[in-house]
Design a protein around this ligand. Structure first.
Ligand code: 6MZ
Ligand code: ZN
Length: 357
């Protein structure tokens, strides 16, 4: 066997191991996680109905491989035009859950921005209801087809505030999240184009969420913006997404705050938030035993999955299979869901631990 073949074989074994590993996904945007095949189908359907003007252009945008951060947001705008129907929202939710379940994700915290659209009669509430219908459908289909792995998949929802929104729209989202708590909504996320808007616009909504006991995660430090990072750290969210571009003093501060960080390798590399995998802050976080969780961000947009992200951690930072198991197991500490579910997940990991020593 040539050394190339041996490397290829080792990589295959690693990816298989990562796929088999029970995993926790805490940072996945619904509209960023759609299968390309589904997006193309939706684009064709819109083309036939005459609701999009240039199918070839849309197809080209969907299939483009490398994207800058700003190109990602252009793609999101296209995706959002394609997913304006309630039935499409339900369908993509179901498929995204099926895809995570197929790679042994045992707990998925899916996040999405509730949207309203006068043309399709969509309100923020009806949008969330369509997502919830997708979760119910996925559970039914997975059970019926016996496609679930031994442990099943538990899904909870975070409602996202987009940085383009107003204070009032953000408060509406938080109120909706509170009303939908008994339906599996467990927290609030602030996301959207990091060069758009001012995060302080959302401070009243985020503070309100916190006062009402809803955990908050913030997209932080995707671009150079030291003042914003400083203010976000002072807010002390329950988790931070990315946290790539921090100043020296802010790394020190973060180290003391111990706010769990959602790490998304492929997303950070593709969008240029991190120059190369060698420069990724995972190395420092991991070495200092900092609380972190490996996630996908947008598995559709970045053509990745959670198993591949674990494999990237192993090959880039020389982690053993057992290290990967520990990372997956520790992620249960950072979920926003209720305590009994946390204990259920702990039992899953305790049960399989002997196989991963
Ligand atoms: C690449 N890094 C990122 N940084 C910031 N926000 C991001 C993001 N990736 C996704 N989103 C946020 O998620 C939305 C798509 O899913 P939903 O329509 O909510 O389901 C995007 O419009 C953006 O607001
Ligand atoms: Zn994100």
């Amino acid at each position: 066997m040539s050394s190339n073949q041996a490397q290829h074989r080792a990589r295959e074994i690693l990816v298989r191991y990562c796929k088999r590993l029970p995993k926790i996904e805490l940072h996945a945007h619904l509209n960023g996680s759609i299968r390309d095949s589904t997006l193309l189908e939706l684009a064709q359907e819109h083309d036939q109905r005459g609701t999009i003007s240039s199918y070839p252009n849309v197809r080209e945008i969907i299939l483009k491989e490398d994207r800058s951060l700003q190109e990602c947001f252009k793609l999101f705008d296209v995706i959002h035009v394609l997913t304006t129907d309630h039935s499409f929202i339900t369908r993509i939710t179901k498929e995204v859950i099926e895809d995570f379940a197929a790679e042994n994700v045992v707990y998925l915290e899916l996040r999405t921005t509730p949207k309203s659209n006068v043309l399709t009669g969509m309100t923020k509430r009806s949008y969330v209801e369509a997502v919830l219908a997708g979760i119910t459908k996925a559970n039914l289909v997975l059970c019926e087809n016996h496609q679930l792995h031994a442990h099943g998949i538990q899904v909870r929802l975070l409602l996202s505030i987009d940085r383009r929104e107003t204070t009032d729209q953000a408060i509406e989202t938080v109120k909706l999240a509170l009303e939908m708590k008994s339906h599996g909504v467990v927290g609030i996320d602030l996301s959207g184009n990091p060069v758009t808007g001012n995060w302080k616009t959302f401070l009243p909504a985020l503070t309100y969420a916190r006062q009402c006991g809803l955990p908050v995660t913030l997209h932080c430090g995707e671009v150079h913006n030291p003042d914003e990072v400083e203010e976000m750290l002072a807010f002390h969210p329950d988790r931070l997404g990315h946290a790539c571009v921090l100043q020296e003093s802010q790394w020190e501060r973060l180290h003391n705050l111990r706010i769990p960080v959602e790490v998304c390798f492929t997303s950070n590399l593709r969008t240029g938030c991190v120059k190369s995998i060698c420069d990724h802050h995972f190395a420092w976080l991991y070495k200092t035993h900092y609380p972190l969780v490996i996630c996908t961000d947008d598995r559709g947009v970045f053509s990745t999955n959670l198993s591949s992200e674990y494999a990237i951690a192993a090959t880039s930072f020389d982690l053993s299979e057992h290290d990967l198991f520990e990372l997956a197991k520790n992620a249960t500490r950072f979920i926003f869901a209720e305590e009994p579910l946390k204990r259920h997940l702990d039992r899953i990991f305790a049960g399989v631990e002997p196989n991963y020593r």
